[in-house]
Design a protein around this ligand. Sequence first.
Ligand SMILES: Cc1cc2nc3c(=O)[nH]c(=O)nc-3n(C[C@H](O)[C@H](O)[C@H](O)COP(=O)(O)OP(=O)(O)OC[C@H]3O[C@@H](n4cnc5c(N)ncnc54)[C@H](O)[C@@H]3O)c2cc1C
Length: 432
Amino acid sequence: MTESIFARNYKSTPYWWDRTPRPTIKQIDLPKETDVAIIGSGYTGLCAAIQTSRNGRETVVLDAQDAGWGGSSRNGGQVSSSLKPSFQELSHKFGEVRAGELLKEGMNALKWIGDFIEEEKIDCDFKRVGHFIGAHSSSQYRLLEKKIEQQPEGLRVDVNLVPRSQQYSEIGSDFYHGGIVYPEHASLDPARFHQGLLERALSSGVQVKIHCAASKIEKTGDVFQIQTESGMMKARDVVVATSGYTGTATPWHRRRIIPIGTYIIATETLEEDLVDQLIPKDRVITDTRKLVVYYRASPDRKRILFGGRVSLSEANPDKCVKPLHKQLTQIFPQLAKTKVSHSWMGFVGYTFDHMPHTGDQDGVHYAMGYCGSGVSLSSYFGTKLGQRLAGLPKGNTVLTELTFQTRPFYTGNPWFLAPSILYYRLHDRFFS
Ligand SMILES: Cc1cc2nc3c(=O)[nH]c(=O)nc-3n(C[C@H](O)[C@H](O)[C@H](O)COP(=O)(O)OP(=O)(O)OC[C@H]3O[C@@H](n4cnc5c(N)ncnc54)[C@H](O)[C@@H]3O)c2cc1C
């Protein structure tokens, strides 16, 4: 590994944690009982908790680590409406009406998160900067063109085609063959957003118990018993909000979540002119490759944060610095000599049908599996879940009607990931 890629003060922790250190929460004794117990203190868990607590239900949130330690304080901060399957794919499975209803929920989540942040006055650098998707081949550009032309009736969104000749207005790179821009997509600082949610939850009366892993959930009569490393707690309702970190405490959910590691680097500080040249409109950026990369400028526009999947199996983030840097410089050769100041990884929760899932199983409620697009979706579906537990009809969503699929013999260890990544890598290089 070339030592010179690493900045002198290199850290293997999320860049966001420099700006928002992990919260220090007063350690509390585990309550003996509560109305609602929520496992996981990320966006899903806290958004659900804010609703239940504000609507009069005593709520305890448990986390095995620090508050927000999972995806919610370490993600790329790109906010989209992204439900992965297309209208055609969903129509094929569920019919056109249901497909439209499902995709509308993704659009609702994108609109809702901006309104929510504004109403709650959460200071988290939320901006509707727009999202540029670069076409990595001319055939992918033609597919993007088609995608715009064939937007289904009733589901049209604002989207602009950017031909290669005009690409420099979006990105200081020749890497792509043009692309598209979704102007309504946004960026935020994920750890600040989480901090804002945590403060709203605590001030609404939610009790947050950190370093307290739940190990088992059992139902006796109408009451759940939650075994934790700090003892037993009884609850009328339980929410599982563990997404990519779902473990053995909830085997039913674990069989349905595919945890996939994703890796990010942050560059050292750059000249302002250079960032203006690379990402002139402050867009969040992804591309059409199956092994997608995602990148953006930091909120102060001094660094580039660049994420993707570079290893076949899970790896130490330090080991991913060099291949991620290589991918970054393939897009921006201007950064060939730029060093990396931070690198980190986290797990996203994928699902077998590429859809998020929320509902209840034997009375245990859940929302999870946002397939890498969880900033808006987890906050939105967490809120809806909390509203349902508070008995509010506005918490209803068509997503509860989806079957949360697993596969025979899958118990939570995605052995098939390495061959799939290899396949996608070859596909990106040779077949698209
Ligand atoms: C590196 C990275 C980059 C990403 N980039 C983006 C992006 O740019 N845009 C986007 O939309 N999405 C992105 N995502 C996805 C997004 O961050 C997640 O979908 C979202 O944060 C999920 O929130 P959550 O609250 O459901 O789960 P998490 O925030 O992952 O929280 C789950 C929590 O559950 C806790 N937990 C697990 N088991 C137990 C237990 N037994 N007892 C108690 N606690 C437990 C964990 O400690 C963890 O804190 C990214 C994710 C990662 C990891």
